[in-house]
Design a protein around this ligand. Sequence first.
Ligand code: AHR
Length: 493
Amino acid sequence: MVDVILKANSEQGLINRNIYGHFSEHLGRCIYEGLWVGKDSPIPNTEGIRNDVLTALQKLNIPVLRWPGGCFADEYHWKDGVGPLSERARMINTNWGGVEENNHFGTHEFLRLCELLGTEPYISGNVGSGTVHEMQQWVEYITFDGESPMANWRKENGREQPWKLTYFGVGNENWGCGGNMRAEYYADEYRRYATYVRNYSDNQIYKIACGPNEDNYHWTEVLMREAGQHMNGLSLHYYTLPTGVWQDKGESTGFDDQAWFQTLKRTLHMEELIVKHSEIMDKYDPDCKVGLIIDEWGTWYNVEPGTNPGFLYQQNTMRDALVAGINLNLFNRYNKRVQMANLAQIVNVLQALVLTEGERMLLTPTYHVFDMYQVHMDAQRLELNYESPGYTLGEDTIPQLSLSASRSKDRVIHVTACNLSHTDELEVVCQLEAVESSSVSGRILHHADFGAFNTFEDPSRVEPVEWKGVTLANQELRFVLPPASVGVIAVQG
Ligand code: AHR
């Protein structure tokens, strides 16, 4: 059993809704097939965007969606993706499988998708192989309200009014696929490119600089020192690989308890990365004006057997649900510095929310975690005091419990909880200080098999259910987390 104290009057600041953001790249079957099937497809669609996926994603109230990459962004030339489809230039997607990219999904289509989802767009610009002028013109094309060469071209292409665009990334992974730059060189490039990412009309851009990979603290130091004054956000990328080795990352299904344990242990490493990068940011930005934007995170396994290695298609099990739950609890906890996070990726790629096969679609365990956790968006984080019991496998021990709590605008307290142990249930007794509550309810995502996943034949094998046995009496909340589970509890004030 573990004792927890939840201080309901200890407001720890708002959890930025953008922590629940997503990422869509021109990679494998994420855009084409996953989101976009085209207007003439037999798959039911709205202006080319498939309806089943759209409906599923609408339910998550996705706050922000990143596009067009990823590595793809630094080879993407946006002008190839506007105008009549038949006239759009074709290119080879050299990063991802060497397949042809016909540019049928471009700026207009992406921004329409965002409108249909009710989500804010986050566009990544091309620093690696693009020009300053090209980047400047893209922002002008999207946001300028009036007569200008780019605004007029937008109108000719069918969009009279400008779009609102807040989030703009100045390059992606410029330490790697985005140009193999040194931090010192990129910091100067960032300053130059970012100068011309202008606020047209009344549109205000939040500029995001390419940040470090994993524990590259030197990158953060240099960027904050040389360019911190010119940015609103600095990105961080960290993926969870079960083995920690890129050449053989581990399988997405059929794993053993060691792989389970190691995956969760590597997920918990995210906390050290947030803390250490934040310490550097604090030095240059003590008022926390620059957000830490974790715009790529999630599991990365060996691809599914028989699929294109460049398409990064993988299954998604209860283990992914735990990875999502743990990471989201961490992002909530560091809500002062973490202002956005984008799971990689939204459909059919890496730790996807949704998988498709032809006209069929399934929701992954990760989808259900995002559904359960959406109650934290824009809520006040509440302080939790507890000491987690250890979860031991062999000689190694990690915490068994991951928790997060917040109070929504309508004063409902939500607690999200993960039990990392694949064998032991965990009873939690939570004292709710300063809460006059009347009722409690919960939902739990759990399966007797920790490797369980949904298939196109059996899409409802892993689904959240009502969490029976959650009780509330005399300001004491009690619940039992089954092994390998993620739960959410609502306490009505
Ligand atoms: O998400 C897949 C790839 O991972 C992205 O394109 C890149 O930014 C990262 O290396």
